[in-house]
Design a protein around this ligand. Structure first.
Ligand code: OGA
Ligand code: MN
Length: 291
């Protein structure tokens, strides 16, 4: 039987009594209901290999594949890794572009807001974990929005925001931002507030990739974007996850921002990550219609 224990007073639960590998329809329905309600799900001590990870992701929807256009014919999808370990086992250097990209993950963000179809969820699994640092933090933009002062809310309600992948990379390094992989997609515009189609609860939809409030040509956007992000990421809206091998963290990108925290780069760290794309029934059509 599935049991839930709160991770914080406002959002997130740890789920026990559920084996994610080979989940049946009833088990998935319970998982999905918890996802809609609690925004962040943690399941520990899971034995879940890449094939089972892919199978679980498919139950949420279509798997996001950012490299589809770069892959040679016959090459199949590989589970993406967030890792500082190279193929030969050595670690990436502190100033490598790869490490700089990991540093960009330390800015509060939502995955894939810069894609024509953003993500519903990221299913992240602990493979190689650090003793010190390297936590993943999640902030509830739903709880923060619900408790935000009306004077701040009214500055952003009914507005739309522009997102660009290279924008978050440029905040770390101009060279990083120039890489082709950060410039593949045109700027995307999404509503600043999105509503969950199952329970109607609203959340701010803002990320490190957000570079402008639609219609603002005076350059005042940056300040408001910073103010809103700071509000969402106040300690009372944040859960900090200390990784163990076999941990599975699943979050709702429509209701949560996240970031990595620093660790010693001479320590290996590897998470496997599959993002699932939003579908019409997850609110994608509504998001498109309101901008
Ligand atoms: C990600 C991500 C954070 C981390 O996988 O999208 O932002 O802690 N990861 O590595
Ligand atoms: Mn991310």
């Amino acid at each position: 039987m599935l049991t839930t224990t709160p991770l914080t007073p406002r959002f997130g639960v740890e789920i026990t009594g559920l084996d994610l590998a080979g989940l049946d329809d009833k088990g998935f329905a319970a998982l999905r209901a918890a996802f809609e309600e609690h925004s962040v799900l943690l399941l520990r001590d899971q034995r879940i290999d890449d094939a089972a990870h892919i199978e679980l992701a498919r139950k949420f929807g279509p798997i996001e594949d950012r490299l589809a256009d770069e892959r040679a014919e016959g090459e199949t999808f590989k589970v993406p890794e967030v890792s500082n370990i190279k193929d030969d086992g050595s670690l990436t250097g502190e100033m490598d572009l790869h490490t700089l990209n990991l540093r960009a993950n330390m800015l509060w963000h939502i995955d894939s807001t810069f894609l024509p179809v953003p993500a519903l969820t990221n299913i992240l699994i602990g493979r190689v974990v650090t003793q010190k640092g390297g936590e993943t933090q999640l902030a509830s933009s739903r709880a923060a929005w619900a408790e935000m002062p009306e004077t701040l809310k009214e500055q952003i309600r009914n507005k739309a925001l522009w997102h660009r992948y290279s924008h978050s990379r440029a905040r770390i390094s101009p060279d990083l931002a120039k890489l082709p992989m950060f410039n593949k997609w045109p700027d995307q515009c999404w509503p600043a507030v999105v509503s969950n189609p199952v329970n109607g609860r609203e959340a701010l939809y803002i990320a490190s990739h957000t570079f402008k409030i639609d219609g603002d040509d005076q350059g005042a956007s940056a300040t408001l974007i910073d103010t809103l992000t700071s509000f969402i990421t106040k300690p009372e809206y944040v859960y900090s996850h200390k990784w163990r091998i076999g941990d599975v963290l699943i979050w709702d990108q429509r209701a949560v921002l996240h970031r990595a925290t620093p660790w010693d780069y001479d320590q290996p760290r590897k998470l496997s990550s599959i993002c699932v794309s939003l579908q019409a029934q997850d609110g994608l059509d509504a998001m498109r219609q309101s901008v």
